[in-house]
Write a protein that binds this ligand. Sequence first.
Ligand code: HEC
Length: 125
Amino acid sequence: MELKKVVGPIYLLTAMSVFSNCYYDNRQDLFPEITTCDTTNVSYSADLLPILEGQCLGCHNNSSQQGNVNLEGYDNVRAYAQNGRLYGSIAWLNGYAAMPPAGSQLPSCTIEMFKAWIDARAPNN
Ligand code: HEC
């Protein structure tokens, strides 16, 4: 009798903490070994440009060039891809300003996609 009274709440608390811990995690953090990040054939226009537009161009466009950086247009992006500052900033490498400046780092797969594209000589694809 007494045992049931104790085990019940303990079970409930354990279950609650397990589920609340998982609730905010994403799939890639929880199961890195079964989640694949496809970095083959990364497309500048289809894969990367939407991220730049959503996360970066607000501060780095023709009329607002924060940090003196303009990422509007492929030619500008390629220049930052080739001088290492694009990757250095999104990968939060030492010696580079961490981008985006507020909030969290871009998802790791997104960073890997940028790297694969840069390593492929930043094609306009
Ligand atoms: C809220 C405005 C803002 C956003 C959004 C933003 N940046 Fe920046 N960025 C800045 C500022 C300000 C600097 C200059 C920071 C400094 O020099 O410490 C900068 C600097 C940079 C630099 C130069 C880094 C260096 O150390 O050479 C690069 C490259 C860059 N940003 C790329 C990006 C990319 C890519 C994104 C999107 C993932 C992004 N930024 C989003 C404001 C922003």
